[in-house]
Design a protein around this ligand. Structure first.
Ligand SMILES: [Zn+2]
Length: 302
């Protein structure tokens, strides 16, 4: 790997920086993805401007994701999108369930169509739910569905606090991940929790199977940064938070086999009538146990 003369935005090391990928999906010619060997962190350079990012999430994110996801998702029709996202609620709820108490106030940052909040309401009807969603398309939909919806952090009133703040696949996308974490931690009541999910750069398609087509797909412009368990630990220790990091495998064996066979996404469930549920579960647990998984669930305590 060629050395890069950049400085790591997480640990500020400027020696052990290497060019992980010269190709950034959806990015420009001059953008690279850099690996910091000092803290096991990945970041894009040069990163998009704050203004460009803001514009992207207000207007274009659904389009970008629709093109990227293949037949596997639908980011254009909100109601269809919400339905497909049911599988995501099924996957995520177990990580939240123990925290859902009577009258709990919850903020979801990047609430999309509100499918997570709706699932929470079904489990704990007394919960008080708020959404934060910059996308014009989704925030309009959220308001129509009756959710209190903020468009950005500055719209939350100064004294407002929540018991639980959740966000799924948001922190890798924001302009400044550090400001983001500290801002939202400051909006928690004492004893409150933040629970979030972010991709883990220990994805087995990358670190275990090393599929070239996946590499060109993985390092994408929408992800400003990518954590591993090590760099997430470094990040949370740096701010002296109490936390728990849980390894999690999101994509299934079929998805991995299609990547190996065809070098492209969209294979989820293709062999689900052949592979047993037990096989799928065992496969995921094996990857998680070795920290060769594609995602992590992080719980931060205040
Ligand atoms: Zn670093």
């Amino acid at each position: 790997m060629d050395q890069s003369n950049t400085t790591c935005p997480l640990c500020e090391d400027d020696k052990d920086q290497y060019i992980e990928s010269r190709y950034v999906y959806g990015g420009t010619e001059n953008q690279d993805y850099i690996f910091c060997q000092a803290c096991d962190f990945y970041y894009i350079t040069p990163k998009p401007s704050e203004k460009d990012l803001e514009e992207f999430y207000i207007n274009n994110f659904e389009d970008f994701m629709d093109k990227r996801s293949g037949d596997d998702s639908n980011w254009k029709e909100e109601s269809v999108h919400a339905q497909i996202q049911q599988r995501e609620t099924k996957r995520r709820i177990p990580f939240l369930q123990n925290f859902l108490k009577e009258d709990i106030s919850i903020l979801e940052v990047g609430a999309s169509t509100g499918f997570m909040l709706s699932a929470i309401k079904d489990i704990e009807p007394s919960s008080v739910l708020s959404a934060l969603e910059p996308s014009k398309q989704f925030s309009t939909y959220l308001e129509k569905s009756g959710f209190e919806c903020y468009r950005n952090f500055s719209e939350i009133s100064k004294n407002k606090r929540f018991d639980l703040i959740i966000h799924f696949f948001v922190i890798a996308h924001v302009y400044d991940f550090e400001v983001f974490l500290l801002d939202y931690m400051s909006k928690l009541n004492d004893g409150g929790q933040m629970i979030f999910e972010t991709p883990s750069a220990t994805d087995p398609l990358y670190r275990l199977y090393d599929i070239p087509e996946f590499k060109s797909f993985y390092w994408q412009v929408a992800h400003i940064v990518s954590f591993t368990n090590k760099s997430m630990k470094y990040f949370l220790d740096k701010h002296s938070f109490k936390y728990e990091i849980i390894p999690h495998q999101r994509y299934d064996l079929s998805n991995h086999m299609v990547w190996m066979q065809e070098g492209k996404p969209g294979g989820r469930d293709r062999y689900s009538d052949i592979f047993s549920v037990e096989l799928e579960d065992d496969y995921k647990v094996s990857l998680e146990n070795k920290w060769l998984c594609d995602s992590m669930i992080v719980k931060v305590y205040k």
